[in-house]
Design a protein around this ligand. Structure first.
Ligand SMILES: [Zn+2]
Length: 319
């Protein structure tokens, strides 16, 4: 897997003091820019063990030996790798839209993302007319076009609906499993799959030829819009837009329509993503009624909503 995150930029632009506050670390001042207190990483009762130097933007614990930069701090607190810590920081600082973060995001998005490496196999014998798809309103032709279907062959995805995910170079990079019997988890991604680096359907979206991209949350939202004739649509596979995803979509599109779920999570995400994207492109927002999701809408409803946004350039004929 490629590391695209610019560690140096993050270390330079993320400030330790607000980070300590975010993790509710209580320190007392022990000198100019020097603070001490209990170590949030190992716990313990040494009340002077943890030292932070805010001018140098570093920390050190004399009890457990943890030390380093904002990246080391977040990695230690989150028990994750430096790379994951960097991705978290890049995402959080962007979300907060603070000034150093804005600079940071600009540098980050201009860095070229190497596509994920292709998967070495393709699942065969998929049933694109499975009753689960019909129940969700997905026609066999749409499922076939996306390579989606119920898989009954050998392997860990046996008994799951499988959804192929491609990188921007149209290479298959993963299958996501979707439970069809109501069991949990509903979705199964390969372990370690870097969701933050891919937008579902981004490899097809530019083919519509327009400058506008519609962003939805889930696979089925995306399928329903596509089926309604809207070809330039991608799914976040969640409700967050990560910096690498943002970089990838801004390389191709200059206008974005956000059509996230009409629940509190979707509303919050919409406000956050819109605020962030507006610095880079034109953004319009579809406010769906309370608790409404695009995948519950008929093709007619979807077209009505989007036509009011004058997106005729991206809406083709219904197939
Ligand atoms: Zn410690």
């Amino acid at each position: 897997m490629q590391t695209w995150v610019d560690f140096a930029t993050i270390k330079r632009s993320v400030v330790l003091a607000p980070l300590l506050r975010r993790y509710q670390v209580r320190l007392h001042r022990s000198g100019r820019d020097q603070y001490r207190g209990c170590c949030p990483i190992h716990g313990g009762d040494g009340r002077e063990a943890f030292h932070a130097n805010l001018s140098k933007n570093i920390f050190h614990c004399f009890a457990c030996g943890a030390s380093g930069t904002v990246l080391d701090f977040v990695a230690a607190m989150e028990r994750c790798s430096l790379r994951e810590a960097a991705l978290k920081l890049a995402h959080q600082t962007n979300a907060e839209d603070s000034r150093p973060a804005a600079a940071c995001s600009r540098e980050l998005v201009t860095k070229k993302t190497k596509p994920l490496s292709p998967l070495g196999f393709t699942l065969r014998g998929l049933d694109s007319a499975h009753p689960y798809l019909a129940a969700r309103g997905i026609e066999p032709a749409t499922a076939r076009e996306f390579g989606i279907g119920f898989y009954a062959g050998p392997g860990i995805l046996s008994g799951w609906l499988v959804i192929p995910i491609h990188n921007a170079c149209v290479q298959l990079v993963a299958y996501c499993g979707r439970a069809v019997d109501g069991s949990q988890p509903r979705y199964r991604f390969p372990s370690g799959f870097p969701k933050s680096e891919v937008l579902f359907n981004l490899h097809r979206a530019p083919a519509a030829g327009g400058e506008t991209l519609v962003i939805v949350e889930g696979f089925f939202d995306c399928l329903k819009l596509y089926q309604a004739g809207l070809r330039s649509v991608v799914a976040l596979m969640g409700s967050a837009l990560y910096v690498p995803q943002q970089g990838a979509l801004l390389q191709r599109f200059h206008r974005v329509i956000l059509m996230l779920d009409g629940d509190p999570t979707g509303r919050r995400a919409t406000a956050e993503i819109a605020a962030r994207l507006r610095a880079h492109c034109s953004v319009q927002v579809v406010h769906l009624p309370e608790w409404m999701q695009p995948d519950q809408m008929s093709a007619h409803q979807i077209r009505q909503v989007l036509l009011s946004f004058q997106t005729t350039e991206v809406i083709g004929p219904i197939h």
